[in-house]
Design a protein. Sequence first.
Length: 218
Amino acid sequence: MWFYKDPKTNELRGVYKELCDMLARDLEMKVEYTEVVMANSTVALRKGDYDLFGSSAIYTVPRAVAVNYIGPLWSKGSLAMIRKEDAEKYKTLADLNSPDVMFSINAGASEEQRMPQLFPKAKFIATAGQVAMAAEPVRTGRATVFVTGDSDALVLAKRNSGWAHLIDPSNPFDKRPNTWMVRHGDAPWKNFMDMWATFMIVNGEVQRLYDRYLQELT
């Protein structure tokens, strides 16, 4: 729901897509979008392939060393998705901290670093590509649980309602800043974006877009 390609129309949509368009209108500039996988996002930004990573980026210390975060525009927690047939076995997050549990994580996502710290007894596999691809090992039984951002998990659970079950969906865990990234050293650009992000938060635009997309997609 943050930045995605609509499979029906092939158009780019999402909360952050609309905010990027608003930013371009405010600056009276034309925006050009470049697709990049999360694992390569900071490398491409530092190389100068683009000037702003405008999709959903959760704060992590390793990323913050490599690039500069702006805002933040939002905060996002995580939700754990399992198979419905395992719902009685794994009722709480604590139940997942076991050597018998295999986590599926999207390669390059912030969960790849955070989940081993929170669930040290469990095992982990990483799946490259789009976020939804990391849910596939759980669907097929090769992994026990898939963890991703709260809003993304809600959307994916609805689309996969035949098998997907969320553990305690009303209480996302491990909340962290969710925002955009720019290069280190671009101080004027960073300063401008920080205040622009504050403007979007204070005037309620980010919240309005979030509420609209969440209602539409779930």
